[in-house]
Design a protein around this ligand. Structure first.
Ligand code: SF4
Length: 538
């Protein structure tokens, strides 16, 4: 058994709360080292360097938040987290700079407004993600929010599932774009019609995941009624708990069990756990459309109402922005706000007559919703600023890349640029159009290694899903923006009529793509390039 398995057997992660309250009184130095791992069960991690500050992640099922919750998040951001929070790819908020003394008070304040951190991290079911326009999208088959909340309530604090072999990520969606990426989750319910009656229920995907060994989740040919969604969740989660691998942390996710069993055997075991055979024959309805954000002003299924999707570069927001968004949601919407897996925020239920007023107020608060497509499609993980596993800096670097491209390349197609500070893929570089994986590189003539990125291209989701392939490794970090610039210019010069960026990547081989990146020419002429870079000058 690995070290974490031993820790979990000694004390369940959910049982660490009393210790957190005690440590808040006795101080950081008094913390039992084993409890640092268990803190994750309450969404709390040590941040880099490990000298007394913590990161905390919330659970916001489906990315749903109301004004009262948002104001509390804003106040905590300012009071404890040095004035900023990060919207994460798990559709929630994350803070940094907390101390052990702060944590009980913060959690109590969150609980008072109906937010939990229980299960936000650790080997336990994580935040359930969904489409940020659940209940709003004109073409959705069913409102998935009741299913999301039923599953969330069932799993919250449930000791049957608090010692899983590894993290366990869930998604539930009825959006035809399936923007919450069911293909890369451990457990996903996707709205689909019964093959004979046409009744709307949920199909099942299981055992997807990224990290260092990406796997797509197969469709399990199992259809459930909306009343059976908790059954389905319990069964798959229990299979993972009982049969998942616990010897090595790097070989513990559900995807490894699925790789050994295959979907047919997995389904047979699922039937045993369920006690019934779910309906077969519902069609796998993965969308053809592979670009999935909801940024901009869009009409909802409800007549006269709109959502406004905001583009939050790298997910970082200031406390006063969060407070302003709450005020705007209250004044011009219905008091709801959503988060998205693309690290964005969304204001739903804005009546037609309020849209312009809301946009004006959002602009004043520093939000954006239009602009260059690289800004909309940029995602960056936490990186070396706070993450213990990071090799490279990410958020500031991604901001620099986006600013550079905005200034230098006209680009009117959808694009996703996903930047990770290490191979772990929290920002999902395996499924980006451009995936950047942090590493170190040695530069001739220099003794110290420099931060660098492996440039991967060609990740897509949907029907023709593929993971990225590494095209050029160890590109010095300050040169990555020039390589992407070259690639986008090559696309602009050589694209075919109506061709999307992912199609362009797909029709070229690795050598051609490497030529487009032109890394060797960049490395050979850094001064010239830097001199032309308005972002670098600034
Ligand atoms: Fe940290 Fe790596 Fe995840 Fe980024 S991808 S947050 S660096 S573990």
């Amino acid at each position: 058994m690995n070290k974490v398995e031993v820790l979990k057997q000694e004390k369940d992660g959910l049982d660490v709360w009393a210790d957190i309250e005690r440590y808040a009184k006795t101080g950081f130095e008094s913390i039992d080292p084993g409890d640092f791992d268990r803190f994750k069960w309450y969404g709390v991690y040590q941040q880099l360097p490990k000298v007394g500050h913590f990161m905390m992640r919330l659970k916001l099922p489906g990315g749903l938040a109301n004004v009262e919750q948002l104001r509390e998040i804003a106040d905590i951001t300012d009071q404890y987290a040095r004035g900023f929070a990060d919207v994460t790819t798990r559709q929630t908020f994350q803070w940094h700079w907390l101390t052990i003394q702060d944590i009980p008070e913060i959690v109590a304040r969150l609980n008072r407004v109906g937010i939990t951190t229980m299960g936000a991290c650790g080997d336990i079911p994580r935040n359930i993600v969904s489409c940020p326009v659940s209940g709003l999208h004109p073409d959705e088959l069913i409102d998935p929010r009741p299913a999301i909340l039923a599953i969330h309530e069932h799993l919250k604090g449930n000791k049957e599932f608090s010692n899983l072999p590894r993290k366990y990520k869930l998604s539930v969606t009825a959006c035809p774009e399936q923007c919450c990426q069911p293909e890369i989750h451990d457990f996903s319910l996707v709205a689909v019609r019964h093959p004979e009656t046409g009744e709307v229920g949920y199909g099942l995907r299981a055992a997807g995941g990224l990290s260092t060994q990406p796997h797509f989740a197969p469709w399990l040919d199992a259809w459930f009624t909306p009343d059976q969604v908790v059954d389905a969740t319990r069964a798959v989660t229990a299979i993972f708990r009982d049969h998942g691998y616990r010897a090595k942390r790097t070989h513990a996710r559900l995807k490894f069990l699925m790789a050994d069993w295959g979907p047919e055997k997995f389904r047979e075991v699922l039937v045993e756990y369920l006690g019934y055979d779910p309906v077969r024959g519902a069609a796998d309805n993965a969308p053809g459309n592979i670009y999935r954000d909801h940024v901009g002003v869009h009409r909802q299924q409800q007549r006269g109402l709109n959502w406004i999707g905001l583009s939050i570069l790298t997910g970082r927001v200031q406390g006063d922005q969060i407070r302003s968004l709450a005020d705007i949601a209250e004044r011009y919407g219905n008091g709801e706000v959503r988060t998205s897996h693309m690290q964005n925020l969304l204001l739903p239920n804005v009546p037609d007559e309020n849209v312009d007023l809301a946009l004006e107020a959002l602009k004043e608060a520093g939000f954006e919703w239009g602009g260059h497509s690289v800004r909309r499609g940029a995602i960056a993980c936490t990186g070396i600023e706070f993450c213990n596993l990071a090799i490279t800096e990410t958020k500031a670097r991604m901001t620099n890349i986006v600013t550079h491209l905005e200034n230098r390349v006209e680009f009117d197609r959808n694009i996703r640029i996903n930047m990770n500070g290490c191979p772990n893929s929290c920002a999902q570089h395996h499924v980006g159009d451009i995936g950047l994986q942090g590493c170190k590189a040695r530069i001739p003539g220099q003794t110290e290694q420099v931060e660098a990125y492996d440039i991967h291209l060609g990740g897509t989701l949907g029907q023709n899903r593929t993971f990225t392939r590494a095209i050029h490794r160890k590109v010095p970090a300050d040169k990555v923006k020039y390589a992407i610039e070259n690639l986008l210019n090559a696309f602009n010069a050589q694209k075919q009529d109506g061709e999307e960026f992912y199609e362009f990547i797909r029709r070229h081989d690795d050598a051609q793509l490497d030529d487009f990146l032109g890394v060797e020419t960049i490395i050979g002429a850094p001064e010239t390039r830097d001199a032309r870079d308005p972002a670098a000058k600034a």
